[in-house]
Ligand binder design. Structure first.
Ligand code: ADP
Ligand code: MG
Length: 398
């Protein structure tokens, strides 16, 4: 289905040096890895290659050292976290290219795992300098990319190297690409998209791309206010980008042309102050007072949206429907997420979600594990939603 080589195609790797691009850009607190999710995501690929007898060489970036060596952004700092997750000791090689890297790799045996130094210590990484990609390719025999989250960048370790060595998608990359293909590449119709979050301005390209691809576009969050304003609704003190009303109208027109139905809330939860548990009112969108803010989609609209999802086969979700961090403005997001989760469990819906706050909201609703796939890729997920090419993925294409 996917036009990529995967680890199923890699053949005999015994004693071969396999460069594996992973995401080790983990958060740290007091010198320790505070969330190992990204390390865990790379484990299936690392274990499979190690078990098959490869010499596994992990390539990654850490922070933004901007092409210069910086001890505070050395990958040596995450070695404890890598060893904890892998369950055994892992060698650190304090270079990513050159004689030092070669010497470090030369002492490794089949099945060993090592981490090479931060690729962004070298200016050629972010510049995608051919000489740097050549130098990386000299360290290994094969290349595996398991870092979808870095695939929106054409860097030496994500793009350049893939043209120089036999290149394969790792297991996490494969799972992500299959999920994204099922959501927007070759989805079962009808397809619904939920797009929420604070601002239209951060997601104009997402909305433009989606109207041409999905049957139902559900707009929630602060950005719905701009679309409501474009329809002549007075949104009071709500977050609203009045300068983007023309953009909103262009998206309405594009949706009309494409046969995509745009769903906006018709009831909303409003408050005079943005604080936990303030006095609220649930009103029709035409009844928002001049001193009130829309902070969540209302219950009647949520019920109608649940009916839309019941008739859809595929859902892609980015952005919360309300200011979900502040109770009670999490209600619509939680309710619709639970509906999507139940439909997914019943087998009637393929549900794919992504985005930093969206993942937090689905975890808050307790349903992330029920979705078909939840992407933690952040920027790469959004660029995919925008329909932009992902250089790290394109370089793996057959
Ligand atoms: P993601 O990180 O998943 O892409 P965004 O960053 O675009 O999502 O949007 C999330 C933010 O949008 C949250 O902080 C949430 O509080 C905010 N938000 C949602 N609805 C509203 C609203 N009606 N008014 C103000 N902020 C909102
Ligand atoms: Mg966000």
């Amino acid at each position: 289905m996917t036009a990529f080589k995967t680890l199923d195609d890699i053949g005999d790797v015994t004693g071969k040096r396999v460069l594996v691009r992973v995401d080790l850009n983990v958060p740290m607190i007091d010198g320790a890895v505070s969330d190992a999710t990204r390390i865990q995501a790379a484990m299936p690929t690392i274990r499979e290659l190690s078990d098959k007898g490869a010499i596994v060489l992990l390539l990654a970036h850490f922070g933004r050292p901007k092409g210069a060596k910086n001890p505070t952004q050395s990958l040596s700092l995450v070695m404890g976290g890598v060893e904890d997750v892998l369950g055994h000791s892992v060698m650190f090689i304090p270079e990513a290219v050159g004689e030092g890297a070669k010497a470090g790799v030369a002492v490794l045996a089949a099945g060993d795992v090592a981490v090479l130094e931060n690729t962004r210590f070298y200016p050629g990484e972010e510049a995608n300098d051919p000489a740097f990609a050549d130098a990386l390719a000299e360290i290994g025999d094969l290349y595996v990319n398991d870092a979808f989250s870095a695939a929106h960048r054409a860097h030496g370790s994500t793009e350049g190297i893939a043209h120089r060595l036999p290149a394969y998608a790792g297991r996490a990359m494969e799972a992500e690409l299959n999920a994204l293909d099922a959501a927007l590449g070759n989805p079962a119709h009808p397809v619904a998209a939920v797009v929420g979050g604070a601002k239209v301005s951060s997601k104009i390209d997402v909305l433009r791309n989606l109207v041409g691809k999905v049957d139902h576009l559900i707009i929630g969050g602060g950005m719905a206010n701009t679309f409501l304003a474009a329809r002549g609704v007075d949104v009071g003190k709500s977050l609203c980008e009045h300068d983007l009303v023309d953009t909103a109208n262009a998206i309405f027109d594009a949706a009309d042309t494409a046969g995509c139905t745009i769903h906006l809330p018709y009831d909303v939860v409003v408050a005079r102050e943005f604080a936990p548990n303030p006095p609220t009112r649930t009103v029709n969108v035409h009844e928002v007072a001049a001193d009130e803010m829309i902070l969540d989609v209302g219950p009647a609209a949520v019920e109608a949206l649940a009916d839309v999802l019941k008739n859809c086969r595929t859902l892609v979700w980015n952005g919360p429907l309300g200011a979900f961090e502040t109770p009670p403005f999490d209600a619509a997001t939680v309710a619709l997420a639970k509906t999507a989760a139940a439909l997914t469990r019943e087998g009637s819906l393929v549900s794919v979600a992504g985005g930093g706050d969206t993942v937090a909201a689905l975890n808050h609703a307790g349903v992330a594990a029920d979705f078909t796939f939840v992407s933690t890729a952040g920027g790469a997920f959004l660029e995919w939603m925008e329909g932009k090419p992902l250089p790290g993925v394109d370089a793996l294409r057959l």
